[in-house]
Ligand binder design. Structure first.
Ligand code: MIC
Ligand code: SF4
Length: 641
């Protein structure tokens, strides 16, 4: 029986388990990446593991999220990260060099390699045929320490592309079409593997847009084959020697198939507050737009900026619309300067921001009250822009550019002739903002530099056999980690300070959550389907744990958040009968007996309502051991001691 591309790469990296759908496997990780907002915690954990140097083939530490420096906290974190990189053998991508996923795709991602990143959009690397997975910081720290990465063997979905994208329809519309069909939980524990003649019409950065935003379907990762187009891209990045051909066997067997004829697609848009609320742009035409933001790891490649610049050439942005542009990398800016195209944006009135995440994570440029904000980003969760009353919509660069001109949602196909884009044959390669690793000898003399905002990791104790407390909060389906642990300019600087950041847990849902949790000595959270979708931030587990949350009981979990709960000793449980969700209310008192947890089931006694509810979990034996020890770090520390 033939193999899928996913199976081929996983097989080469398999260190435990069998490649059978749904079973627990462990793989070797070749590369890791971190960004600053998750990196500080990841490296505090790595330090605690006591390993003298990273054990991977390549590890890169990027600074791209916390670049708004309103006081000492963020720059102190950058300095800490730089000293860590020097001490432990990592590459360090300095602030200003670009967004981790864009830079990693340009400079480091390799076909056939495994990449684990402490950011949920790590699958961007699937654009060159690597198995690139997002994970919590602790899992990435463990991989840097040479630990295997455990996951459930995903199902493999063949996304069969035919045809060719029409003018003014681009890669973003492809992933929006997939989201329109399968929604934000349609690919949990699945890999989206792209195939078919249509892939030959997509360049690597376009493929990267699609694999990047595949995260929004809940997919473990997304991947394209490594073909002639990949080869051309790597050669143009002066990395031709890293190319290898990789494709599935002709008789590969897939678990599911999605077919998309690219020629039939039209411009799409995701309405607030979910990337899964997809409509056609036509349906929303005429809606007044206050802000347009171009950038983010989804749509900030050279091609994306070029199309926007050339659509804006010679025009002025609408009187009532603000336009921001955040390029994905310095390489992109370098080309835009060389070709003069950056001038088209500047002259049209765009506010050019730095090469970083920026408004995508609410780091500045929050929209005005009740604004309509059109963004080329991948997420439009409630409050993420920094303005809770704002309505964020997700679109392609083409749809963004025309909206900036017209001041309202407009089908970009009305623009007229498609501007002709001149793409360079060779990229300008300048790695002078990437600090290479020091030799072990040189690294010996490096001192780790910590600012006052970097607080030590909280220590968590082994779990007792019985959990007792109150149901502190009951929430609906599709609760994101942006609900649980919001980000933005005010909160992100506390990513290395758990006591401080825990004050914001569930702030967008219930401002009393922090105080109530502490008053009640902790308790429980109940949720619906896909609990914890979105980012990889482990702070959405560590901070609730710090507030005394003992178990989270839901209909189903998103993959990364489930792993993060387990990593920090919060018991992740699911209802055996989903209708039991309706039988409980916030304020009820629970007792959960964990003595049967090894059987896969535990019983919850609701002493307020005097009912028993059956709960289950999907943890492996090793996962259980880590959970009961109060989290994974304790066990890893013991191992390396
Ligand atoms: C995001 O896009 O939500 C983030 C910010 O990049 C997160 C990581 C984080 O919270 O630091 C992610 O996607 O994992
Ligand atoms: Fe940065 Fe936004 Fe991408 Fe997250 S989604 S890595 S915040 S650009």
């Amino acid at each position: 029986m033939g193999k899928t591309l996913t199976e081929k790469i996983l097989e080469q990296h398999l260190v435990d388990g069998k490649l059978e759908k749904g079973s627990d496997i462990a793989i070797k990780i070749d590369q890791t990446l971190t960004q600053d907002a998750t990196g500080t915690m990841a490296y505090l954990q790595f330090e605690a593991m006591g390993v003298p140097r990273v054990q991977t083939e390549l590890s890169v530490s990027y600074v791209d999220h916390n670049t708004l420096q309103t006081d000492f906290k963020n720059p102190d974190d950058h300095r800490y990260l730089q000293s860590i990189a020097a001490k432990y053998g990592l590459y360090f991508s300095r602030p200003g060099n670009g967004i981790c996923h864009q830079v990693h795709l340009e400079r480091f991602a390799r076909p056939g390699r495994t990449l684990l990143g402490s950011d949920s959009h790590t699958p961007t690397g699937g654009g060159v045929g690597s198995i690139a997975i997002g994970a919590g910081g602790l899992d990435v720290a463990a991989a840097m320490a040479g630990e295997r990465f455990r996951l459930k063997m995903p199902k493999v979905v063949k996304v069969y592309l035919t045809g060719k994208l029409p003018d003014f329809v681009s890669a973003k519309d492809v992933i929006l079409e997939i989201l329109r069909r399968i929604g934000v939980k349609g690919a949990v524990n699945k890999v989206l593997e792209y195939a078919g003649p249509g892939i030959k019409t997509l360049t690597v950065p376009e493929r990267g847009t699609i694999t990047n935003m595949g995260t929004e379907t809940g997919a473990t990762t997304s991947i394209f084959p490594s073909d002639e187009i990949t080869k051309e891209f790597l050669e143009a990045q002066e990395r031709g020697d890293q190319w290898m051909q990789l494709e599935p066997d002709e008789d590969a067997v897939y678990d599911e198939t999605i077919e998309i004829n690219l020629s039939e697609l039209e411009p799409l848009i995701a309405e607030p507050h979910s990337p899964g609320n997809v409509k056609t742009v036509r349906e929303l035409e005429g809606l007044k737009v206050d802000q347009v933001c171009i950038g983010s790891c989804t749509n900030s490649s050279l091609r994306d900026l070029k199309i926007a610049a050339n659509m804006l050439k010679g025009k002025t942005i609408n009187l009532n619309t603000v336009l921001t542009v955040s390029p994905g990398s310095r390489q992109v800016v370098d080309h835009m300067i060389e070709s003069g195209e950056i001038g088209y944006l500047v002259k049209a009135g765009a506010r050019i921001l730095e090469n970083a995440c920026g408004p995508c994570i609410g780091m500045g440029l929050a929209p005005k009250s009740d604004a309509v904000s059109l963004r080329t980003f991948n997420r439009n969760f409630l409050g993420r822009s920094g303005t809770k009353s704002a309505n964020a919509y997700l679109v392609s660069p083409e749809t963004a550019a025309i909206a900036a001109i017209e001041g309202k949602i407009t089908d970009p196909r009305k623009f007229g002739d498609l501007p002709k884009l001149e793409m360079p044959k060779w990229f300008i390669v300048n790695d002078n903002l990437i600090v290479p690793p020091l030799s072990p000898e040189e690294a010996k003399n490096i001192e780790i530099v910590r600012g006052p905002n970097i607080k030590p990791l909280p220590e968590f104790n082994p779990l007792p056999n019985k959990l007792e407390g109150e149901l502190l909060l009951k929430v609906e389906d599709d609760i994101t980690t942006d609900h649980i642990m919001p980000a933005g300019a005010k909160i992100l600087p506390f990513r290395s300070n758990i006591p401080e950041i825990s004050k914001f847990v569930f702030n967008v849902v219930d401002e009393t959550f922090h105080d109530r949790s502490l008053e009640k000595g902790g308790g429980f959270i109940v949720g619906g389907e896909n609990y914890g979708q979105g980012s990889s931030r482990e702070h959405a587990a560590i901070a609730p744990k710090y507030l005394g949350i003992k178990a989270v009981i839901v209909k189903s979990f998103a993959r990364i958040h489930l792993a993060n709960l387990l990593n920090f000793g919060i018991v992740p449980l699911t209802f055996v009968k989903k209708e039991d969700y309706n039988k409980i209310d916030a304020g009820d008192r629970f007792e959960i007996d964990l003595t049967t947890i090894k059987t896969g089931k535990v019983s919850l006694k609701n002493t307020t309502k005097n009912i028993d509810i059956e709960l289950a979990h999907s943890l492996s034996d090793q996962g259980l051991e880590e959970l009961m020890a109060g989290g994974k770090l304790t066990l890893i520390k013991q191992k390396h001691a």
